[in-house]
Write a protein that binds this ligand. Structure first.
Ligand code: SF4
Ligand code: SF4
Length: 431
């Protein structure tokens, strides 16, 4: 799994232009930035593009339930046409992910095409293809940032979630980037109950490779819905995480993904930096491998599907600026049950996707509400939506509570060689 995240605070240091897109629909000339962002912008600030659902790993919490390539995946020419459109819209960078985006044969061609068209690239990878040669090539390229996914500061913790061998593969990629002189790679960590105690170790690991640590919130999206109960940090860990962020936040990126924790600040502590706003369909969206546009990378569900680029006259721009869904999301939203909460200004009711996939009302508390209201709701009756976008290869990795069901679950390279060391030649892998 590669993990991408709506973010506003960690634009790549190589981003060609840091001026924000112009504001759509008669914005106020003055006022808070957050108010302008709530009404939406002419172009997304944080555009995630999942190039493929194919993946060599089978992470238990994959937000996009990746594994198998979708046969309808956009062609090279279709991808280039989208990049042309992004350039016209002045989208100044894209977060590329998947699946494992580097398994696309045209991946480097598309990266080069984007950079040549003034669209900076930040791509997220499990490290599979970051060889010494590729690292050198990346080090020589402007406007490309690399984010290596790692969900444990030790192999034991990481591999329980991402699969055996995945820790070594990620560290090897970081070493190759460091040896090649690639400046400021990112280590991207999804914070879980098991790794939240390792935050200092993650930071030390990042320092060792001259990288920047980036931590994000576990959402119950994709396969994450199946393991969220076991993996999401416990209430007391949420407070520890908040305190750690307050102490270290200036040197750690979060993509604003922990804004539900800002409610702790109302107790006298300092708040977390960021907009503290759900940006779905306002400043954030996702393009998936077949050209479907969703409100957020963590909301891959038909309820949040705004349209398909190849089927919409006017393409991505039309969907972004005028689709019914995004227009609706830019309207003032009801705070619902959070209306009477003294912390609403700080946390805004939390994450839409987290509520949706745990079966909680969208206009109520976040399932990890720091006041405990989410827990109360989770204990009551609720109906979780069924996952309707699953690209898993057979049985995904389980939390190492039993042996892998197939070689493909064990070997990170399985399916990426004609015949693997394990003898796997399954036609059901990654293609
Ligand atoms: S639904 Fe909103 S708050 Fe949640 S991850 Fe997406 S943009 Fe962020
Ligand atoms: S009740 Fe709502 S606004 Fe208050 S802290 Fe919980 S999620 Fe945030």
């Amino acid at each position: 799994m590669t993990t991408l995240e709506p973010r506003i605070d960690d634009l790549p240091s190589t981003t060609p232009r840091l001026d924000l897109p112009t504001v759509a629909a008669a914005p106020p000339k003055v006022g808070r930035l957050v108010d302008q962002f709530e009404r939406g912008l002419d172009a997304p600030i944080c555009l995630t593009w999942e190039l493929t659902y194919a993946c060599n790993l089978a992470c238990v919490h994959c937000l996009s339930s990746s594994g198998k390539r979708d046969p309808r995946e956009l062609s090279t020419e279709q991808c280039k046409a989208i990049i042309d459109e992004l350039q016209r819209m002045q989208v100044f960078y894209v977060n590329i992910g998947g699946g494992e985006p580097t398994v696309r044969p045209d991946f480097w061609e598309l990266v080069d095409y984007a950079v040549d068209h003034q669209v900076g690239v930040k791509f997220s990878t499990n490290g599979l293809r970051i060889s010494p040669e590729v690292a050198q090539r990346l080090a020589a390229t402007d406007y490309v940032d690399v984010q290596i996914s790692l969900d444990g500061a030790t192999a034991e913790v990481n591999d329980a979630v991402r699969g055996p061998g995945s820790f070594d593969m990620a560290v090897r990629a970081l070493q190759n980037l460091s040896d090649a002189g690639f400046a400021d790679a990112k280590i991207s960590v999804v914070v879980t109950r098991q790794n939240v105690t390792q935050l200092d170790e993650f930071k030390a690991l990042a320092d060792r490779f001259g990288a920047t640590l980036r931590i994000t919130r576990l959402r119950p999206s994709g396969r994450g819905a199946d393991v969220w109960d076991e993996l999401h940090p416990l209430p007391e860990q949420q407070k520890e995480l908040y305190d750690w962020l307050v102490a270290h936040g200036d040197r750690v990126l979060t993509g604003d993904s922990f804004f539900h924790l800002s409610a702790f600040s109302s107790g006298g502590g300092s708040g977390l930096p960021g907009l503290n706003l759900c940006g779905a369909g306002r400043v954030v969206c996702l393009i998936d491998p077949v050209g479907d546009v969703y409100a957020c990378p963590f909301a891959i569900h038909e309820n949040f599907l705004a349209g398909n680029i190849t089927e919409t006259e006017g393409g991505f721009q039309e969907i972004w600026q005028r689709s019914d869904l995004f227009t609706e999301l830019r309207e003032p939203q009801s705070a619902g049950a959070c209306n009477s909460c003294a912390h609403y200004d700080a946390c805004r009711g939390g994450c839409m996707a987290a509520k949706f996939f745990t079966g909680l009302p969208l206009d109520g508390p976040d399932p990890e509400c720091v006041q405990g209201y989410g827990e109360q709701l989770l204990a009551g009756e609720r109906s979780k939506p069924t996952a309707n976008k699953d690209h898993s290869r057979g049985t995904p990795l389980t939390l190492m509570t039993r042996p892998p069901s197939r070689d493909c679950d064990e070997n990170p390279l399985a399916g990426f060689m004609p015949t693997t060391a394990t003898g796997c030649s399954s036609s059901n892998c990654c293609s």
